[in-house]
Design a protein. Structure first.
Length: 243
């Protein structure tokens, strides 16, 4: 959640100021009306005073005067006083209305101040929540960065292991190929050794057969009385092949 810009903060504060100042607008309007009425009354009173002065200066020109006994007051002055009393009564009524409006506005101002206080408290709570959210966001971003670094390190490790596995597989293939070659060579050597041993065995068998044959011949000669024949063992040794 982003923080409000300074333009938004300024706009909110100006709106709050206008709202506070608008509370006094009814008072200002009432006093303006009173000032206008006062001005009009002053002008009217001045006109009446001029009329009274004119009557006093030239009584014959006035059609409002009564008998010349002078026991009754001047009608203009009486009308003037009645007008003033009516105006005073009207002003009192207007003043009472103003006081009433002022009281209502005061109550409204108190209510608005309470509302403003509640809003300020709510804003303070929101600002605190925003600060906590920003702190949590900072922590989460740090964790994300750490996780990204860890994943990058793991990726590098996996790549290294993959390269090592490829190298080992290549070496294993070479070793298997060498083993197959050695197996074939060993098979050939074994076959040659077996062939050699078989040849030696065949020679031994031939020698034994020859020995048995010579022994049989010797026995045959011995039985016929040929005593000067050499011993079978010596003759067999002479006739045995080398190796």
């Amino acid at each position: 959640m982003a923080e409000p810009s300074w333009q938004e903060v300024l706009r909110v504060r100006l709106a709050e100021r206008n709202e506070r100042e608008a509370t006094f607008a009814p008072f200002i309007e009432q006093y303006r009306r009173l000032a206008q009425q006062t001005k009009l009354l002053k002008e009217r009173n001045a006109s009446l005073l001029r009329a009274v002065s004119s009557v006093k200066t030239n009584p014959n020109a006035s059609t409002i005067l009564v008998s010349s006994t002078g026991e009754e007051g001047n009608p203009v002055q009486t009308a003037y006083i009645a007008s003033l009393e009516s105006q005073i009564s009207s002003l009192r009524d207007e003043l009472a209305t103003v006081y009433k409006t002022q009281s209502q506005n005061s109550q409204r101002l108190l209510s608005m101040n309470e509302t403003l206080r509640e809003k300020e408290e709510a804003i303070r709570i929101e600002v605190e929540n925003l600060r906590k959210a920003n702190d949590e966001l900072t922590v989460l971003r740090r964790k994300v960065d750490q996780h990204s670094e860890l994943m990058s390190e793991k990726d590098r490790t996996v790549q290294i292991l993959h390269d090592e596995i490829s190298t080992l597989q290549l070496e294993l293939g070479q070793i298997e190929e060498r083993n197959q070659t050695l197996t074939r060579d060993n098979a050939k050597l074994l076959q040659r050794w077996l062939d050699t041993k078989q040849a030696e065995a065949n020679k031994m068998n031939e020698a034994n057969e020859y020995y048995e044959e010579m022994k049989t011949r010797h026995q045959a000669h011995s039985s016929s009385g040929n005593g000067d024949l050499s011993s079978p063992t010596a003759r067999t040794a002479d006739l045995t092949p080398n190796g």
